[in-house]
Design a protein around this ligand. Structure first.
Ligand code: S3P
Length: 748
């Protein structure tokens, strides 16, 4: 795009809208209401439209022909072409004849390739002043009387500037759309047309076609009487303007034909599956679609397009106080949920899971195994039915496996995929892309795997399949259950006995669950070994409540006088027991009852009550046993008398965020003295004040600061809390149950 330095005045002089349909009239009305132009002029061939536009306050002035106003136009004026797609070339011809180069020209047509092409034909090249645009907003209603001045608020507008588009014209169009509340994205013309063919043009064609097919039946009147919500939802857009859609279908022919061919072949396969009663095909297709639709729903909700809106939407505002007296049901253990899907998929037979955590991390694992060809039913109220494919039954995924925020998914899956015959790529969100992967790549490569990471030893990870893995004897440099599990899972595919020595005990869910699936695993002190080449037999997994989630409410009870919190059915595996040991050492009353075993894991009901809290030096051997609970423990330390010191915890720096730094910064903002060290922190208990803290997108940091409000002297605002859903989707609701006054979004 040519660059021309010019300061763009935010207010337009004359804003001319040619064609007062829904979009043209709405943008005119919005520009007028927001005072974005000295004068808003509407052009239409129909007098009745112009009269209505004037009457409804859509425009300041009405004109029938461009030649009436063209002589008045120059720099600082903007002409927007709002006529149907196939009528744009005729308007462009008028513009070519009448408008000087200084006038900015844009359009709103849903297809961009044909517009750019006709501009090239008419002008002999693409004019510098042309900024092709397309607002992704609309309604099935049309015409000037449907105009809405807020139609674009929170919606995206795609601009497709070309090499020739001049900067000043481009900036002017951006200012217009941002002025009416839209968020502007830019992309290449062809890409725009492909994307719109898939997301907009195809659904419209399908809706038109379905209604058309049914309407042609002689019993249409009768069947329509029985149509329910599904029919209404699916066909709402078949009430759209036929002329507009005829134009779009013709103008975006190439991209529409491409996507229509794909859908027709999928429909044909679906038809065959129905004809042949192919249950597996149907279930797989519907599962994939359901899961994709759910993910897409979240994406739509999460990625509000207006910058700034995203932040405030995921900000929690928590008023001080609460009672911390309740019985709470804590969702399923994240670590065990991940492993249930992994081992269930690799086993022979049907594995049933209950209590599965429907958080984004464990769902990322579930999605990955579906992408690898495993049929998984659910989750429905924490239940899964996994149709295991055996150790050699995974199939290559057609796309990179996207593992979101989940370190456990990417590290454990790498071990499994290292032993496959096919290649894989594993990637994740911005936080995951920063996390260290050398710790798994190094032992996997020693086993003979072909695994590579980015230069900084972070994801994406690519695994080249078809390698013969050999067992190794490995001394782990870090105490990490993820590394241990990765190697053990690769060991399933290796020749010989894989042996791992841990520097100190870490969670042993993988070992326990492997045994539950009938696989022999030896544990001898801190050495764990297994021999490759056997098989896993499907089992049942009852996932207990997650002690790492319960920890936030244990700390709530620990810091709140007269508290009493009961949480039943919580996993109390020794390798996760650190939070209980540490809080007890600080003075908290914690009782365990109904201790039992569930699917190879120790489980208990936990009751936590307040007593005076004192600062302690956290014993180093407890660190790996409470590795995820430190953000919560730091809040307990802030409410304790004296100093709490944590050492030997440098692993906290490479979790979903640098938890030492994130917690120290937040605590200091809240008036607590927190001194970070290389491998830990020193916290002096005191009064938690009010303030705005940043969770850095880390779920556990966010939840810890929300709990702190129980004892704060004023409100705490916690930013960037979206990722709470990765491990504890109903956390805010349970926070409300213990009396926290918590609200999401912008509080004025
Ligand atoms: C996990 C192990 C821990 C923990 C993570 C889950 C697991 O990580 O922090 O949340 O499920 O194996 P490390 O083993 O890397 O410490």
């Amino acid at each position: 795009m040519a660059k021309r330095p010019e300061k763009i005045p935010s207010k337009l002089n004359k804003f001319v809208v040619i064609g007062l349909g829904l979009i043209g009239a709405s943008v005119a009305k919005a520009a007028r209401e927001k005072n974005l132009a000295a004068e808003v002029i509407g052009l239409s061939r129909r007098s009745s439209t112009l009269e209505l536009a004037l009457e409804n306050g859509v425009i300041d002035r009405a004109e029938k022909h461009l030649n009436h106003i063209a002589p008045e136009l120059g720099s600082g004026d903007l002409v927007l072409i709002g006529v149907p797609t196939l009528a744009v070339p005729a308007v462009l011809k008028d513009c070519y004849k009448m408008l000087p180069e200084s006038v900015t020209l844009t359009d709103v047509a849903s297809v961009k390739g044909s517009i750019v092409e006709s501009a090239r034909n008419i002008y002999g090249n693409i004019p510098h002043q042309l900024v092709p645009g397309h607002p992704i907003a609309g309604s099935e209603k049309s015409g000037v009387d449907a105009a809405l001045s807020n139609l674009f608020e929170g919606h995206r507008v795609i601009l497709t500037p070309t090499e020739e588009t001049a900067r000043n014209h481009f900036d002017r169009v951006i200012a217009l759309w941002e002025g009416v509340g839209a968020a502007v994205s830019c992309m290449d013309v062809t890409r725009h047309d492909e994307i719109l063919a898939a997301t907009s043009h195809l659904p419209h064609l399908l809706a038109f076609s379905l209604v058309d097919t049914l309407a042609a039946r002689s019993d249409y009147q009768e069947i329509i009487k029985f149509a329910a919500g599904g029919f209404r939802d699916f066909t709402r857009i078949a009430a759209s303007d036929p002329i507009m859609w005829r134009d779009i279908a013709l103008a975006n022919k190439t991209a529409i034909l491409g996507i229509l061919d794909d859908v027709m072949s999928d429909l044909n396969a679906l038809r065959n599956a129905v004809r042949d009663a192919n249950e597996a095909y149907l279930l797989d297709a519907f599962n994939q679609a359901q899961e994709a639709r759910q993910r897409h729903e979240k994406q739509l909700k999460r990625h509000k397009v207006i910058s700034g809106q995203t932040d405030s939407e995921y900000r929690y505002h928590v008023n001080p106080g609460g009672h911390a007296r309740a019985e709470l049901e804590i969702p399923g253990d994240k670590s065990i949920s991940h492993r249930s899907v992994m081992l269930g998929s690799l086993a022979n037979g049907l594995t049933e899971v209950t209590g599965f955590l429907e958080g984004e991390d464990s769902l990322a694992t579930l999605r990955a195994f579906r992408d690898l060809g495993v049929i998984i039913e659910g989750p429905a109220q924490g239940r899964l039915a996994i149709h295991g494919v055996g150790l050699d039954g995974l199939k290559p995924a057609s796309e990179p496996l996207r593992l979101g925020n989940s370190g456990t998914s990417i590290r454990l899956l790498s071990g499994i995929l290292a032993g496959q015959k096919f290649d894989s790529i594993l990637e994740g969100d911005a936080s995951l892309l920063k996390r260290p992967m050398e710790r798994i790549a190094e032992p996997l490569i020693k086993m003979g795997a072909a695994v590579s990471t980015s230069e900084s030893m972070t994801p994406p990870i690519s695994v080249t399949g078809g390698q013969q893995l050999n067992a190794i004897d490995y001394v782990m440099p870090v105490a990490s259950a993820q590394v241990k599990s990765c190697i053990l899972l690769a060991g399933l595919f290796a020749k010989g006995v894989t042996r791992i020595h841990e520097p100190s005990p870490t969670r042993d869910h993988t070992e326990r669950m492997l045994r539950g699936f009938g696989y022999k695993v030896q544990t001898n002190g801190q050495t764990i070994s297994l021999e490759g080449g056997a098989h896993l037999t499907a089992s049942r997994v009852d996932v207990p409540g997650d002690i790492s989630s319960a920890a936030f409410f244990m700390v709530a009870a620990a810091i709140m006088p007269e508290s009493d919190i009961v949480m039943k059915n919580i996993g109390v595996n020794d390798t996760r027991f650190g939070i209980i040991t540490i809080l007890r050492q600080m003075g908290t009353r914690i009782d365990l009852s109904n201790c039992r075993e569930m699917a190879g894991e120790p489980v208990a009901d936990i009751r936590v009550r307040h007593d005076s809290l004192v600062g302690i030096d956290v014993p180093m051997e407890q660190v790996p046993l409470a590795i995820d609970e430190f953000p919560a423990i730091f809040i307990a330390a802030s409410c304790a008398t004296g100093v709490t010191r944590v050492t030997g915890a440098s692993e906290l720096r490479v979790k979903e965020s640098d938890r030492i730094s994130a917690m120290a910064d937040g605590l200091n903002i809240l008036g607590i003295r927190a001194l970070p060290t290389d491998d830990g922190i020193e916290i002096t208990g005191g009064k938690i004040g009010s303030g705005e803290v940043d969770s850095r997108g880390d779920h556990r940091v966010a939840m810890a600061f929300i709990i702190a409000a129980l004892r704060s002297t004023g409100p705490i605002i916690v930013n960037d809390c979206e990722n709470i859903a990765t491990s504890f989707p109903n956390f805010a609701q349970l926070a409300g149950v213990i009396g926290l006054d918590i609200a999401r979004g912008e509080i004025s």
